[in-house]
Design a protein around this ligand. Structure first.
Ligand code: FUL
Length: 463
């Protein structure tokens, strides 16, 4: 089949005729929408910003919270310009301090000096995100070192009331973040959380939410706070017998998922642009470089998960210039890297719903190609020799995650040579290898759980 001067062919498989049979478990439509976000910001902000701590003990005087020039629109503008799809705010961190005037706490912005106690950071950020056309999520720490009811069954009701205020008073959120930390230690209070009730309540108020925790229910922790999701990454996880926090699955399981896992619970990589989660002026010179951030992108989004990048505002309540510059540099690196898809079908008829291999070479997210055998080999001819060092593969995950391993070969002077041996693909696999000049790319799907359903294949030369 010849398309706009490029050839692409299916070497050992005939085009299938039937629709692909879904391979369970499948993502929900909310999870599919979440997968498409790829990258969004985390904002850690609260008393710790002013006390120079990472974990407040809940005994801090609320008057310490006093940003001099809080500007949530600046956060949202920077997020938008960085290409982030949303912002998740620490509405309540472990110190229990609420960034909104909660009726269920006496440790809130209302008790602070900021705006004479009349301010509401959640409200300001919700309005800013709306204005900038990005989405918002909330981190509501279950662990609360301030609330007097913490450590008793009554706290579960307090937590639910707190969630209700947030989830019914500020518009729609895309993600709810449940931190696994519960570490008061031997002399501290221990809470038995009623997570089932938390989950049912949250979804009753906002059914579109995806809920993050170590083990989901919708999104899982990737097992580290360094921004690295496993090279092998199944969107599937077995959660039976596991708990959040200390009872969570081993970190390498969280990092890679379970090949035959019973639930669709994809991985999110939370990592900070600075060494700490909260702002500390002594870390102004330790902001990650655009190159480091790009590398994190390759190891999170490029391994089929999402990247949640923390950018903590300073004591004025604004994002520091160093962080903002790093974010803009990061956006530029992504744009440059993926500006020219050497496999992109420039012209020629769109295949639309037909099961056509040329569906892999356009930007139609709904168009895909599926094989009716397990080991298809796809060959793409370029019109002339080009240097490439990156191939991006995407599975149509609405049909389930299927590919267990694949090989990329490029034709060189001595015939085809293997440049990359991959395992899972999932939503996206960015395969980077040593640059080679070639006129032909061959991709063989080696091992599968079911015949593959692919959405896109593209090739680049990244500098
Ligand atoms: C951890 C917390 O203890 C940190 O303070 C931070 O919020 C991070 C994202 O999660 O578990």
């Amino acid at each position: 089949m010849k398309i706009s001067g490029f050839f692409c062919s299916l070497v050992f498989a005939a085009a299938a005729s039937a629709q692909p049979k879904p391979l369970h478990p499948l993502p929900t439509k909310e999870q599919l929408a979440w997968h498409e976000k790829e990258f969004y910001l985390f904002v850690h902000f609260g008393p710790n910003t002013f006390t120079n701590k990472e974990w407040g003990d809940g005994k801090e005087n609320p008057s310490v919270f006093n940003p001099t020039a809080l500007d949530c629109e600046q956060w949202a503008r920077i997020a938008k310009q960085a290409g982030a799809k949303g912002i998740i705010l620490t509405a309540k961190h472990h110190d229990g301090f609420c960034l909104w005037p909660s009726k269920f706490s006496t440790h809130t912005v209302r008790e602070s000096k900021w705006m004479d106690g009349k301010g509401d950071v959640v409200k300001a950020l919700a309005a800013a995100c709306k204005k900038m056309g990005i989405e918002m999520g909330v981190y509501i720490s279950p662990w609360d070192r301030n609330h007097p009811a913490y450590g008793t069954p009554a706290y579960n009701d307090v937590y639910i009331s707190t969630m209700k205020e947030l989830l019914t008073g500020y518009g729609k959120f895309f993600e709810l973040w449940w931190d696994g930390a519960n570490g008061e230690g031997p002399n501290g209070k221990k809470q038995v959380y009623d997570f089932h009730r938390f989950q049912d309540s949250a979804l009753k108020w906002q059914p579109q939410l995806v809920i993050f925790s170590d083990i989901g229910p919708h999104i899982r922790w990737c097992g580290n706070e360094k921004g690295f999701i496993g090279n092998t990454n199944w969107n599937l996880l077995d959660t039976a017998g596991f708990k959040r926090g200390n009872g969570a699955p081993p970190t390498d399981t969280l990092n890679q998922g379970n090949v035959n896992g019973k639930n669709w619970i994809p991985a999110e990589a939370d990592v900070s642009i600075r060494p700490g989660w909260f702002y500390h002026s002594e870390e102004d010179s330790k902001v990650k470089s655009p190159e480091t951030l790009f590398n994190l992108y390759l190891h999170s989004v490029g391994n089929g998960g999402n990247l949640l990048l923390n950018v903590p505002p300073d004591r004025t309540g604004r994002i520091h210039a160093n962080d903002s510059a790093a974010l803009m540099g990061f956006r530029k690196l992504r744009e440059q890297a993926f500006a020219k898809d050497l496999l992109f079908r420039q012209t020629g008829p769109a295949a639309g719903k037909a099961n056509n291999i040329s569906n892999l070479r356009d930007n139609d997210a709904a168009a895909y190609w599926y094989a009716d055998e397990t080991n298809p080999r796809l060959e793409f001819q370029l019109p002339s020799k080009q240097k490439i060092n990156t191939v991006v593969l995407e599975e149509m995950i609405a049909s389930g995650q299927r590919v267990k391993s694949f090989i990329i070969e490029l034709e060189g002077p001595r015939g085809y040579q293997t440049v990359y041996r991959g395992t899972t693909i999932g939503r996206k696999k960015i395969a980077v290898f040593n640059a080679l000049e070639t006129a032909s790319i061959r991709i063989t799907i080696v091992e599968v759980k079911a015949p593959p359903v692919l959405r896109k294949i593209s090739a680049y030369l990244i500098n």
